[in-house]
Design a protein around this ligand. Structure first.
Ligand code: 3HC
Length: 654
C-alpha cells in the first residue's frame, strides 16, 4: 500500500518496515513540504503497531542535497530542520538511513539523526555549509564528532570536504556499505533492531580529543580561510561538542547558523553557488548534443600542455600527447609522470590510479599519431604563425569531425580559425596554470564556432572537473581583460601616491591571497612588457600611461624568478626595495604629480571599480553572457576572494 505524507514524501510497507522515500527534484532538498512529510512519516510509524521500523531514502541519484538554499532569508515553516532531526532521533522505533547518493548538509544531518546508516558505494557524504558561508544548522557540528571524533569532524565541517562511502565507513559515519540491494539491506537492518533501544547519535559519548592534532589541523584550516568567518565558527562549535550537552551545543549552533546565514559573506557565497549553476546555461545550446569524445590529443607538452594532459587523464580520457620531436615528447611524458607522482606523494592519487592513467597515455614526436583524436588541444608557444601552421597541418591528419581547441591567452582565435578550412570546429579552451589544479577554463566561443563544438568543449571541461565559463572573443577574453584593468588602475594608484606594498596590503586585507604587485612578480613582468611594446605604436597619446613597469623591466627586474621585480627577494622573501620606491618617486616627479596618502579603503574601492567598469564593457559587448560569469572567472582564475562574491557582485552589479 502506498502512503502519502506530503507532496514530496511517500511511503510503503515492506516486511513490516515503513520505507519512506523523499522525492523532491532536483536534489531532494529539505524544503518545508519535505520536512513536514518526513515528520508525519515518523509519527505514522510510531502510531502504527504493525510497523516495526523505518527506512528513509531518496528517489533518484541523491539522498538529500541539504536544506533548501532558496528558502534562506524567507520565513521558515515548522518543523525546522533541527526539530525534524531531533524528532527522527527520538523515535522509539529504529530508523535506518538508506543513503542512495549524496547526503550533504541537512541531508547528512538527517542521516546522523537516524539510528543506523547504510550507504550505496557511490554515496558522497559531507557538511559543505562553510562553502556557503554558514555552519550546519541542524546538529551536524554536534552529532558528527560523536561518530567520527572531534578532529576528523572538525576538519570535515570547517573545510566542507566530502567523503566517499569507503572513508565514511572507516571513520564510523556510516555503519555499512550496501552490497547490492540497498533498500532490502536497510529493511533487514531495521527489522533486526526492532524492539531494541535505538542507538541515538546524540547520546553517544565523544572520544577524548587529541589536542595537538586538533591544533595542527585548525592552523591549517584557518590559514586557508583568509578572512572567512564560517570555518573558525565551525571549529569552535565542533570542539565544544566535547565539553557540553548536545542540547546546549545545538542552541549555540543554531544561533551561529542564523547569524552567518544573514551575513554579507554568506550572501556572496550563495551568489557564487547559483552563479556556478547559471554558467552552465549557455544561450543557443538548448537541446544541442556534444560530440562524443574518447581520445584527447594535446600538442605541446610544456608546463601547460602536460598539466592539461594530467587533467584529461584524471577525467578518464585516453590521451595522445604530441610534441615537435621525439625528445620533446619524452620530456613531456616525464613531466606528466612527475605530476602524477606528486599526486601519489600527496595522497590525492593511489598507485592503481596512477597505473590506470599511464595505461591511457601515449606520447609521440609525430603529429600524424594524432589521427585518432576526437579533440586536439594545442598548447604550443603563443604565436599566431606557429599556431596557424600547426592547425593547418592538423587538418590533414585528424578526422573531419574532430574538434580543434586552442589554449591561446592573447591571440585572436577568430584569425586562427579563419586560416583553417573548417573554422566551425575551432574553439578556445583557455586553461589556467597549473592546468591540472586550477578549476577555471574559459571556453572561447569564436565567431564561427558551431554550437555542438561549443557544447563539446563545455562537456569535456566539465568532465575534467573544471568550471567552464563561456567568453566571446576580445583581447585577453574575460579574465585577462579584467586583470588588465586591475593592473592599469593599480599603476595609477602608484603614480597618485600609494606604494606597491600598501596596495598589496589593502587587497590582501580585503581577501586576496596576494596583492596585485606580488602577483605580477610571481607571474613575471616580461610578457606584459612585450605586449605594451607591441601596443605602443597604436596607443592613444592622450591616454594615461604609467611607465614605471617599463623602467623596472629595463632594469632587469622581471619578478620573483629574476630575484627582483616590484619587490626584492633576498632568501625568497618578499621585501620592500628602496630602489623601486625611488623609481616610483622619479616617475611621479617627471609627470609633476604631487603624491598624496591613499587609504586602504580608497585603494580597494578604486581597484574594484576599475574591474567592474571593465566588466560592464564586456557585458555591453556581449563578451560575457552575464555579470555572474565574470565573477566566477575572477574568483577561480585570479584569486578574487569568493566570500566577496566577485567584482561585479561586490560593486553591486548583480
Ligand atoms: N537547495 C536548493 N537548490 C539546490 C540545492 C539546495 N541545497 N542544491 C542544488 N540545488 C539546485 C541547483 O541550484 C540547480 O538548480 P537549477 O537546475 O535551477 O540550476 C539544481 O539543484 C541542480 O544542482 P546541480 O547542478 O548542482 O546538480 P548536481 O547533480 O551536479 O549536484 C549536488 C547535486 C551535489 C547536491 C549539488 O547540487 C550540491 O552540492 N548542492 C549543494 C549542497 C549543499 O551545499 N548543501 C548544504 C545546504 S545548507 C544546509 O543544508 C544547512 C543545514 O545545515 C541547516
Amino acid at each position: 500500500m502506498s502512503l502519502t505524507f506530503s507532496e514530496t514524501v511517500t511511503g510503503s510497507v515492506t516486511d513490516g518496515v515503513l520505507v519512506v522515500t523523499i522525492d523532491n527534484p532536483p536534489v531532494n532538498a529539505a524544503s518545508a513540504d519535505m520536512r513536514q512529510g518526513l515528520h508525519a512519516a515518523i509519527d505514522h510509524a510510531a502510531a502504527a503497531p504493525e510497523i516495526a521500523g523505518v527506512v528513509i531514502t531518496g528517489a533518484g541519484k541523491i539522498f538529500v542535497g541539504g536544506a533548501d538554499i532558496r528558502e534562506f532569508g524567507k520565513p521558515m515553516a515548522e518543523p525546522l530542520l533541527p526539530q525534524l532531526v531531533n524528532h527522527i532521533e527520538a523515535s522509539g522505533k529504529p530508523v535506518v538511513a538508506a543513503i542512495n547518493g549524496a547526503a550533504l548538509g541537512g541531508g547528512l544531518e538527517i542521516a546522523l539523526g537516524c539510528h543506523h546508516r547504510i550507504a550505496s558505494p557511490a554515496a558522497k557524504l559531507g557538511l559543505p555549509e562553510v562553502k556557503l558561508g554558514i555552519v550546519p544548522g541542524a546538529g551536524g557540528t554536534q552529532r558528527l564528532p560523536r561518530l567520527a571524533g572531534v578532529v576528523t569532524a572538525a576538519e570535515m565541517v570547517a573545510t566542507g570536504r566530502m567523503v566517499g562511502a569507503e572513508e565514511a565507513r572507516r571513520i564510523d559515519v556510516i555503519d555499512a556499505i550496501a552490497d547490492s540491494d540497498l533498500i532490502a539491506q536497510a529493511v533487514a537492518a531495521a527489522r533486526e533492531r526492532a524492539g531494541q533501544p535505538p542507538r541515538r547519535t546524540g547520546e553517544c559519548v565523544i572520544a577524548s580529543v587529541d589536542q595537538e592534532a586538533f591544533k595542527k589541523m585548525a592552523n591549517k584550516v584557518l590559514a586557508r580561510a583568509r578572512g572567512q568567518d564560517a570555518p573558525e565558527e565551525a571549529l569552535r562549535l565542533v570542539r565544544s561538542a566535547a565539553e557540553r550537552s548536545i542540547a546546549e551545543g545545538m542552541v549555540d549552533e543554531r544561533a551561529t547558523f542564523i547569524r552567518l546565514r544573514d551575513s554579507d559573506q554568506a550572501k556572496a557565497l550563495r551568489h557564487v553557488f547559483f552563479a556556478e549553476r547559471a554558467a552552465a546555461k549557455v544561450d543557443g545550446l538548448d537541446g544541442v548534443e556534444p560530440r562524443p569524445i574518447r581520445t584527447i590529443g594535446i600538442v605541446g607538452l610544456g608546463l601547460m600542455g602536460s598539466g592539461i594532459a594530467v587533467a584529461a587523464l584524471d577525467g578518464g580520457y585516453a590521451v595522445i600527447g604530441a610534441d615537435m620531436t621525439a625528445e620533446a615528447a619524452q620530456k613531456g611524458r616525464e613531466r606528466i609522470v612527475a605530476l602524477l607522482d606528486r599526486n601519489v606523494a600527496s595522497g590525492r592519487l593511489d598507485a592503481d590510479g596512477r597505473e590506470k592513467r599511464l595505461a591511457r597515455l601515449t606520447t609521440s614526436g609525430r603529429l600524424e599519431d594524432l589521427a585518432d583524436a576526437d579533440l586536439v588541444i594545442e598548447a604550443v608557444f603563443d604565436d599566431l604563425a606557429v599556431k596557424t601552421e600547426l592547425f593547418q597541418r592538423l587538418e590533414g591528419i585528424v578526422r573531419a569531425d574532430a574538434v580543434l581547441g586552442t589554449n591561446t591567452s592573447y591571440l585572436d582565435p577568430d584569425v586562427l580559425a579563419a586560416a583553417t578550412k573548417r573554422p566551425e570546429r575551432v574553439v578556445g579552451l583557455h586553461f589556467f596554470s597549473p592546468a591540472n589544479i586550477m578549476r577555471l577554463v574559459e571556453v572561447v566561443n569564436c565567431a564561427k564556432t558551431a554550437p555542438d563544438v561549443l557544447a563539446t568543449a563545455l562537456a569535456v571541461a566539465k568532465k575534467l572537473g573544471k568550471l567552464p565559463v563561456v567568453s566571446g572573443v576580445t583581447e585577453g577574453f574575460i579574465g585577462n581583460s579584467i586583470f588588465s584593468a586591475y593592473r592599469r588602475e593599480a599603476e595609477f594608484l602608484l603614480e597618485d601616491g600609494a606604494l606597491p606594498e600598501e596596495i598589496d596590503a589593502a587587497m590582501e586585507a580585503y581577501g586576496f591571497a596576494m596583492g596585485p604587485f606580488a602577483v605580477f612578480d610571481l607571474a613575471g613582468l616580461e610578457i606584459a612588457w612585450a605586449r605594451r611594446k607591441r601596443q605602443a605604436a597604436t596607443r592613444d597619446p592622450d591616454e594615461r600611461y604609467v611607465e614605471i613597469a617599463d623602467r623596472l623591466c629595463e632594469a632587469g627586474r622581471f619578478g620573483q624568478k629574476a630575484g627582483r621585480g616590484w619587490y626584492a627577494y633576498p632568501d625568497g622573501k618578499r621585501t620592500v626595495d628602496p630602489e623601486v620606491t625611488a623609481l616610483i618617486e622619479a616617475a611621479r616627479t617627471k609627470k609633476s604629480i604631487v603624491a598624496r596618502r591613499i587609504e586602504a579603503e580608497e585603494i580597494v574601492a578604486r581597484l574594484l571599480g576599475a574591474m567592474a567598469a571593465e566588466g560592464d564593457r564586456l557585458l555591453a559587448a556581449k563578451i560575457a553572457q552575464r555579470a555572474s560569469d565574470i565573477d566566477l572567472v575572477l574568483i577561480n582564475g585570479y584569486g578574487f576572494p569568493a566570500h566577496k562574491g566577485g567584482p561585479m557582485f561586490a560593486a553591486g552589479r548583480v
